[in-house]
Design a protein around this ligand. Structure first.
Ligand SMILES: Nc1ncnc2c1ncn2[C@@H]1O[C@H](COP(=O)(O)OP(=O)(O)OP(=O)(O)O)[C@@H](O)[C@H]1O
Ligand SMILES: [Mg+2]
Length: 317
């Protein structure tokens, strides 16, 4: 197993809601990621996935806990420290078009990071373009195009190529394939798998679709209402998933009766908020297996061995 690249220790984020108190978006998250490994974070809208990613990438400050990257405590960095970290951590978001300047060619967009981080001068960076594009399975001619002259899938490949151009140690993909057509999504997922094995890429892959996340990761962390409720190897997901929430996610992946999903999603958001305000397990209001203890206190995470961790009274007492 590779050395530890990223470690989150009791990481949390509270947002101040003005006169309406605070919102605990992320609470006491412990996670570890080794070099060359791919970790998925899943959970429904609002559970805190992007907030974790943004804290790791120094786009928002944690309010509790620590982040260690390559052995260094990077929890609260100054400007110079952030710049150094961004050389090692790159992030790809859901909407590729939003990161382009409309009048910048693909070639200029791709060379910008290389020059900015001092990896090469402008002309040497331009010479790298065919290889950068080839790596994401795009033809070299695309370097002359403007972003609106690309398809959504091509745009996202270019954004991935740019993130990889500075040879980051960690690539964070936050719903990076969610907006794409299913067949394009499949192509980008297989591209990521190839890059992972060819370049030994370390990835944090965030998504709400368990089947997609499972297909590109070694391990999965399941979040609910700001808490990490279960962590398990992706390959053993179906066999070992024990948390009632993970099992519910699995049920919706493999259920053919998808009707009424939208209704459930709307109901869930208010239950997520309710869970955040509770003393006990935040999933308790929805959990069919809940017992009296679940309403009284929040379960601690228990190590079940073989990379399986769970925070659930029902499954561990
Ligand atoms: N800047 C902010 N100010 C206040 N609340 C915020 C802020 N950013 C996020 N939140 C809240 O924190 C919670 C977690 O948000 P986050 O974006 O991390 O969720 P998510 O799991 O990424 O959801 P999605 O799947 O919809 O992207 C949500 O309740 C959200 O409304
Ligand atoms: Mg998000």
């Amino acid at each position: 197993m590779g050395e530890v690249l990223l470690e989150l220790r009791g990481l949390g984020k509270q947002f101040s809601m003005g006169g309406r108190g605070t919102l605990r978006a992320v609470r006491g998250v412990n996670l570890m990621l080794r070099r060359g490994e791919s970790l998925g974070i899943v959970g429904e809208s609002g559970c805190g996935k992007s907030t974790i990613a943004r804290m790791i990438a120094q786009l928002t400050d944690p309010t509790e806990g620590e982040i260690l990257f390559s052995g260094e405590n990077v929890t609260h960095l100054d400007r110079a420290g952030r710049r150094r970290l961004w050389r090692g951590v790159q992030m790809v978001f859901q909407d590729p078009y939003s990161v382009f300047s409309p009048r910048m060619t693909v070639g200029d967009f791709l060379t910008e990071g290389i020059v900015h981080f001092g990896i090469a001068g402008r002309s040497a960076a331009r010479a790298m373009l065919p290889e950068l594009l080839r790596r994401v399975e795009l033809p070299a001619e695309l370097a002359q195009r403007l972003p609106h002259q690309l398809s959504g899938g091509q745009q996202q490949r270019v954004v991935i190529a740019r993130a990889l151009s500075i040879q980051p140690q960690l690539l964070i993909l936050d719903e990076a394939t969610s907006a794409l057509d299913v067949s394009v999504q499949r192509q980008i997922l297989s591209l990521l798998m190839r890059l992972k094995s060819e370049m030994g890429l370390t990835m944090l892959f965030i998504g709400h679709d368990l089947a997609v996340v499972r297909s590109v990761t070694d391990r999965i962390a399941v979040m609910y209402s700001g808490l990490l409720v279960e962590e398990l190897p992706s390959a053993a997901l179906q066999q070992v998933a024990a948390h009632p929430y993970t099992r519910r996610l699995l049920g919706s992946v493999f259920s053919t009766a998808d009707r009424g999903n939208k209704q459930i999603a709307i109901e869930d958001l208010s239950l997520i908020e309710k869970g955040r305000q509770m003393q006990g397990c935040p999933y308790q209001p929805r959990c069919a297996e809940a017992c009296a203890q679940c309403a009284e206190s929040c379960p601690q995470t228990v190590d079940l061995g073989d990379g399986h961790h769970i925070a659930c009274f029902v499954k561990t007492c």
